[in-house]
Design a protein around this ligand. Structure first.
Ligand code: PRT
Ligand code: ZN
Length: 284
């Protein structure tokens, strides 16, 4: 019994997908020029496919799992189970118009031609907004459509925004926020579900570790209670005596989001020699 997972053969999600599996302790040969490969230490077969094909392969049961952008899954409209958001491949599907166009609200898209590679999602979005527009499906280089007179607006994936900027376009509406997700076929056997739970357990440990840092600092004993009060920690911080009398070493775990605020408060409260160390896996 094994699981078969489809990941992108090459492109934006390929490396992060392989990296995630490796961080989950799954050893696979990097098979850029191969169709599939087998993990050596987990019952997992990895298929390398074009991202557009992954939802269908998983729906048909050719693969049991897939790592693919949420945008692709929604566009293909396949009945798949979303198992876990993976935190990479983040982008947004956005409407953009020429910089020179006056744009006040979505009503300005009414009656316009919109070029996109995502006709299903765009149609759904416009329908919900009560806007009637002409959708022109094109498969690549959507950003040039206004310049060549094919459309007045586009709807495309954006991450840094530099492609829009370089093509004289401005972003005006967010249609969808997307990231890579792990999807599963709805008909996994019980044995496969057990394996999937194992895999997801590992993915969650990797994700948690990425969002947290291990912090070590030195504190004068008379400031300990104030400093400990600032640290959320997993349970409560570890406090160890230093060789120098009157001082302690404090160890704890900090969430990335609170990180800078707390570090500043710690310094202000008298903490010294603050070390921040990445965590590889975190199981709580
Ligand atoms: O060959 P295959 O079909 O597998 O790959 P592909 O060329 O269709 O997809 P690929 O590798 O470009 O993208 C795979 C997935 O990465 C997408 O489905 C998204 O889920 C995710 N992703 C994240 C992005 C971007 N960010 C992104 N910026 N996909 C595409 N882009 C493109 C966008 O279309 C535009 O052309 O990048 C350009 C905009 O980038 P910025 O940084 O200039 O805003
Ligand atoms: Zn593609």
């Amino acid at each position: 019994m094994k699981l078969r997972i489809a990941i992108q053969k090459s492109g934006r999600l390929h490396e992060d997908s392989i990296k995630l599996l490796k961080e989950c302790g799954i050893d696979i040969n990097n098979g850029v020029n191969k169709l599939k490969t087998e993990a050596t230490n987990f019952p997992l077969e990895v298929f390398f496919l074009r991202d557009d094909d992954i939802p269908q392969y998983v729906e048909d049961g050719v693969a049991d799992l897939g790592i693919v952008g949420e945008n692709v899954v929604l566009e293909k409209n396949c009945p798949l189970q979303t198992v876990e958001k993976l935190g990479f491949g983040k982008c947004r599907l956005a409407m953009a118009v020429p910089k020179s166009m006056e744009y006040n609200s979505i009503r300005d898209l009414h009656g316009k031609r919109i070029a996109t590679s995502y006709p299903v999602i765009v149609n759904d979005f416009l329908g919900k907004m009560g806007i009637e527009a002409e959708i022109h499906e094109i498969s690549g280089s959507v950003e040039i459509a206004p310049g060549i007179g094919l459309a007045e607006a586009i709807c495309d994936l954006v991450s840094s925004g530099s492609t829009l900027f370089m093509n004289g376009l401005k972003e005006v509406e967010t249609v969808l926020r997307s990231e890579a997700i792990l999807v599963a076929n709805n008909k996994l056997t019980d044995e496969q579900k057990v394996l999937l739970r194992k895999l997801v357990f590992r993915i969650q440990a990797v994700k948690k570790a990425k969002n947290n840092k291990y912090v070590l600092l030195n504190a004068p004993n008379d400031k300990l209670s104030e400093i400990i009060g600032l640290l959320p920690g997993m349970k409560s911080p570890t406090v160890l005596p230093l060789a120098e009398a009157g001082w302690s070493s404090v160890h704890s775990v900090l969430n990335e989001n609170d990180f800078w605020d707390i570090i500043e408060s710690l310094k202000a409260a008298g903490a010294e020699g603050i070390l921040v160390v990445p965590i590889e896996k975190m199981v709580i």
